[in-house]
Design a protein around this ligand. Sequence first.
Ligand code: DQA
Length: 142
Amino acid sequence: MKILLLNGPNLNLLGQREPEIYGHETLADIEQAACKRAEAAGARLEAFQTNYEGALIDHVHAARSAMDAIIINPGAWSHTSIAILDALNSFGGSVVEVHLSNIHKREPFRHHSYVSARADGVICGLGSFGYLAAVDWLTRQP
Ligand code: DQA
């Protein structure tokens, strides 16, 4: 199984940005832990972060023929981007949406995610463990 881990805008600043909300771990820490978790389950995980919406969409398109699953934290694009929803709708594999914070406990503008209309599962509020839970679900044995 090949998993693509996508992180959207501002998530490159994890560890420095609002640590009381997003924690002290860096994105590199999270990506490495997710990679190890996938490898332990016999899967391969590739990670990509971008602050450019079109670059994220290009990666979803490339994943259509190359990847079995996508784990995505779309950051603020969750709440704004029909274009990312449309791109994910073109992808045939499993999609898990992850948010570090519990978006439902925060400002009302964070309560709705366009991406959730496509996601097979949504994990929020579990901090960085949410990414590992997503890997575990994707690599679970029947
Ligand atoms: C986030 C929640 C979003 O509302 C926010 O814009 C982010 C991070 C999260 O992981 O909790 O950038 O997706």
